[in-house]
Design a protein around this ligand. Structure first.
Ligand SMILES: Nc1nc2c(ncn2[C@@H]2O[C@H](COP(=O)(O)OP(=O)(O)OP(=O)(O)O)[C@@H](O)[C@H]2O)c(=O)[nH]1
Ligand SMILES: [Mg+2]
Length: 247
């Protein structure tokens, strides 16, 4: 198998099927791990139905794009990501959201780039033609990173809060992350710098959520806690070596 794709989900019944099908359509052999945070909708059932469907379809290759569904009762995207890694059997791990917002079509290419780079990250901010679909997306992907950049002027990547990252499992363990919520993305940015990692950024289009609600609270409280984190560590953000891949 090529890689374990970890998908944290919390009430993503509208998006999870598309997210899984987009991966299957790549015609590679990935391990798909859905880490569900006790969703109260049908996310878990839909993900489980994908597992059965696959086993039946690929009778001779029962583990091709097999879907593992894990329940994680502890709250937070960061915890879900960690649980996903602990259950991943491949040496390469990929993180994406379960709301269908990430275009995975070039994933095999970026997995191959891990011979040269420590982490490959997808960025909505490199692509001019992918208009932001709504105010929430614009706030998350443009306004927040802009403000954070203004506060610290230290980030070298264009979308510090991206949820699309590709790395070897050993790189994840080198990062030694302890944030349990969405702040894990900022902690990753920080630790990538501290460890002087080589990063490749690639442009991804802005695809609107298929349904469900954003769990990222675009509030001043979030902004304040993130700004505080960035300010506290501002001197350590400078060593990331980032290259941009122009598709
Ligand atoms: N298991 C688990 N998953 C979570 C939790 N919080 C968020 N997620 C998932 O993490 C992913 C990212 O959360 P989103 O709500 O999409 O955050 P976002 O991408 O900033 O917001 P959008 O722009 O609306 O997509 C989604 O697949 C969520 O369902 C949680 O507490 N537990
Ligand atoms: Mg999302």
């Amino acid at each position: 198998m090529k890689a374990s794709i970890i998908i944290p989900t919390l009430n993503e019944e509208k998006g999870i099927e598309k997210t899984i099908n987009d991966i299957k359509s790549l015609d590679e052999n990935y391990e798909i791990i859905v880490v569900d945070g006790l969703s109260t909708d049908n996310t878990r059932e839909i993900a489980l139905s994908q597992e059965l469907y696959n086993n039946k379809e690929f009778g001779l290759l029962p583990f091709k794009n097999n879907v593992k569904v894990i329940s994680e009762e502890r709250k937070g995207k960061g915890i879900a990501m960690k649980t996903g890694v602990e259950n991943a059997t491949c040496d390469i791990i990929v993180f994406i959201d379960g709301d269908g917002t990430y275009d995975v079509s070039n994933l095999p290419f970026f997995i191959n780039k891990l011979d040269e780079y420590d982490v490959c990250v997808g960025s909505h901010n490199l692509k001019k033609d992918g208009a932001y679909s709504d105010i929430v997306m614009w706030t998350d992907h443009v306004f927040f990173p802009f403000i954070l950049k203004g506060i610290s002027n230290r980030f070298n990547t264009s979308e510090p809060l991206t949820g699309f990252r590709v790395m070897k499992k050993e790189t994840w363990y080198r990062l030694q992350l302890d944030t349990t919520d969405f702040g894990i993305e900022l902690e990753m940015e920080l630790k990538m710098s501290i460890n002087k990692m080589k990063i490749l950024e690639f442009p991804i289009p802005c695809i609107p959520r298929i349904g469900g609600k954003s769990k990222f609270k675009t509030s001043f409280k979030t902004l304040y806690s993130m700004a505080k984190f960035v300010h506290r560590h501002r001197k350590k953000f400078k060593d990331t070596k980032v290259e941009i891949f122009n598709i």
